[in-house]
Ligand binder design. Structure first.
Ligand code: KPL
Length: 310
């Protein structure tokens, strides 16, 4: 028997639990799917400090075949997206729309290729959150979600609007921006600048404001992203360097997601952030030497800290 669920959030880490809880608070029939979940589905408490708590249906992939979501929100790390999509297809899901909430480039591209461009929504995450256990998180700093499409109209726009409204009603201020591409690139500039610099400085985001070396490095990284965006014909909706400093002020006490990943000796999304900027620059006949250097430096540190052979 299938369960009466409209939205499934895949991943119950910091971002996934926040989004799932906001939707539940807005009265949406939502379930979360986690790899760390037990077999089947069970009701579980989702707790997000700064947002609230609620009971949610939480399923492992073995229970996922009982769900028939109309909308799937992918809130896993960028490097786990391929297997999450494969698992969803195996579960027999055929959603009307899907959402990518990953940092960097490559994830919206993957969803568009798999489900079609008119079903793929790009989400740009502007809230800071830290996961403390599966389906338990702490919201840090302010900010919500920007949602938009590559395709005009159709299923993507309809669901992007609906989702933004429901998230806002549930306590996570969100909006539908129409064409998501300029916002995705502006956020890429922010992540490419703040994330690796906080890893190198082993400091919270405010290091960008407080340390002149960190600030200059971040500005240079953001300028390179702007150059690549410009060569791709993307007009950024704001000045990338100003945006980096604005976000650093708004999230000063956050540990960036990259620093959180590296500090827990896990894998970071640097390949999808600075790595994708460097690769996109080469593809366009440009160079992005600061992004390339950060990509390689963070990867070296990541591997060394994880105790893996260099
Ligand atoms: O998105 C972020 C991240 O940490 O990945 C920022 C905006 C830098 C906030 O910490």
């Amino acid at each position: 028997m299938s369960l009466n669920i409209d939205v499934v959030v895949v991943g119950c880490g910091a971002v996934g639990s926040t989004v799932a809880l906001a939707l539940a608070r807005a009265g949406v029939q939502v379930a979360a799917v986690t790899r760390s979940g037990t077999d089947g589905c069970r009701w579980d408490m989702v707790l997000v400090e700064g947002l609230g708590f609620g009971e949610l249906l939480v399923c492992g992939w073995t229970g996922a075949a009982r769900l028939r979501p109309r909308l799937v929100v992918y809130a896993v790390k960028a490097y786990d997206l391929t297997s999450a999509v494969e698992d969803s297809l195996q579960a027999g899901w055929n959603p009307e729309a899907v959402v990518s909430l990953q940092n960097g480039l490559g994830s919206l591209e993957l969803l568009s290729k798999t489900y079609g461009v008119d079903r793929a929504i790009g989400g740009v995450v502007y809230f800071g959150a830290v996961g403390v256990a599966p389906c338990r998180a702490r919201l840090l700093g302010r900010g919500g979600l920007l949602l938009g499409c590559w395709a005009r109209g159709g299923s993507c726009s309809f669901w992007s609007h609906q989702l933004a409204e429901a998230l806002t009603a549930g306590g996570l201020p969100s909006s539908h921006v129409g064409d998501v591409e300029p916002y995705r690139w502006l956020k890429l500039a922010v992540n490419a600048a703040i994330n690796p610099v906080t890893v190198l400085a082993w400091s919270r985001n405010k290091v960008i404001l407080e340390n002149p070396d960190a600030g200059k490095l971040a500005a240079q990284l953001a300028r390179e992203v702007a150059l690549v965006a410009w060569r791709r014909g993307v007009e950024l909706p704001g000045d990338p360097v100003e945006e980096v400093f604005r976000v650093a002020r708004a999230t000063g006490d956050n540990c960036s997601s990259m620093l959180q990943d590296v500090a827990r000796r896990g894998r970071s999304e640097v390949d999808y952030i600075n790595g994708s900027v460097a690769r996109e620059a080469w593809r366009l006949g440009l160079r992005a030497p600061f992004n390339e250097a950060m990509w390689r430096a963070v990867r070296l540190l990541e591997r060394w800290l994880a105790g893996r052979r260099l």
